[in-house]
Design a binder for this molecule. Structure first.
Ligand code: KIV
Length: 263
């Protein structure tokens, strides 16, 4: 495999070939995932939950994401590396720019930011400075307190329309990717069809360009309630490398996500 870039993802979207994305936080798992051909590695702020044991992603800092991005970048082979801008790291435009720069210097090639249409100014400023942005929409875990829990978003027709309009505004502002979390399948397809950039889904159904899961969920070590959109790919496989390859293969062959993983 040659190095995955945003052009690769755009080409895969054009040829309707889904791509796989997986979270990674350290060198060993990053190497195994990249060797398995996973197209995108996300250094997610989910590390606050799966590595640090917090009950949300809110305590995670830019320094922690930068540290784990460096670990992943050292071991990466050909995957595209995306890193999460954690809670409040975009409290002002200058903080957003400086914190995104920290993540790029650590080895990220794309910075993921959670929010909605209000992010357009920041997305534009980053895009102008050569920082590709993935706009994470729908269920944005950094808003868990405002949402009153981890709930499916966009079920209400007005909310669904707002998500479509905001995705278009963020694309217009220069977003390179959109990530939709926990939205109804039909809405994800509408967003995908409305945009020209690749759309990645988690709990968003199969009709998008890429799928992402948290590595621990793929390996069947989810703590607490197992979300509907998760599948244990280690089950029946001989190794972690095989599980990652099985996940990628299931995404590419449209076997995952299946109906039972959709909202
Ligand atoms: O932090 C994370 O791991 C994420 C994915 C769940 C999309 O944002």
């Amino acid at each position: 495999m040659s190095a995955i870039t945003l052009s690769t993802l755009n080409g895969l979207r054009e040829s309707n070939r889904p791509f796989s994305c997986l979270t990674a936080y350290d060198a060993t798992f990053a190497r195994v995932a990249s060797d398995a051909g996973i197209e995108v590695l996300l250094v997610g702020d989910s590390l606050g939950m799966v590595l640090q044991g917090h009950s949300s992603t809110l305590p995670v800092t830019v320094e922690q994401i930068a540290y784990h991005t460096q670990c992943v970048a050292r071991a990466n082979v050909d995957s595209l590396i995306m890193a999460d801008l954690p809670f409040m790291a975009d409290a002002s435009l200058s903080e957003l720019l400086n914190n995104a720069a920290t993540l790029i210097r650590a080895g990220a090639q794309v910075v993921k930011i959670e929010g909605n249409g209000w992010m357009a100014e920041g997305v534009e400023a980053l895009a102008q400075r050569g920082v590709p942005v993935c706009a994470h929409m729908g269920l944005t875990p950094q808003h868990v307190n405002a949402f009153g829990g981890y709930r499916v978003q966009g079920r209400d027709p007005d909310d669904a329309q707002r998500i479509i309009d905001d995705a278009l505004a963020l694309e217009e502002a220069g977003a390179a990717l959109v990530l939709l979390e926990c939205v109804p399948r039909a809405l994800a397809q509408e967003v995908r069809d409305a945009l020209a950039i690749p759309v990645i889904g988690i709990g968003a159904g199969p009709d998008v360009d890429g799928q992402i899961l948290v590595m621990h969920d793929v390996l069947g070590v989810t703590q607490g309630r197992v979300p509907r959109f998760v599948k244990n790919f280690l089950f029946g496989e001989a190794s972690i490398a095989d599980a990652f390859a099985a996940y990628r293969e299931a995404v590419i062959s449209h076997e995952f996500p299946a109906e039972e993983h959709c909202f």
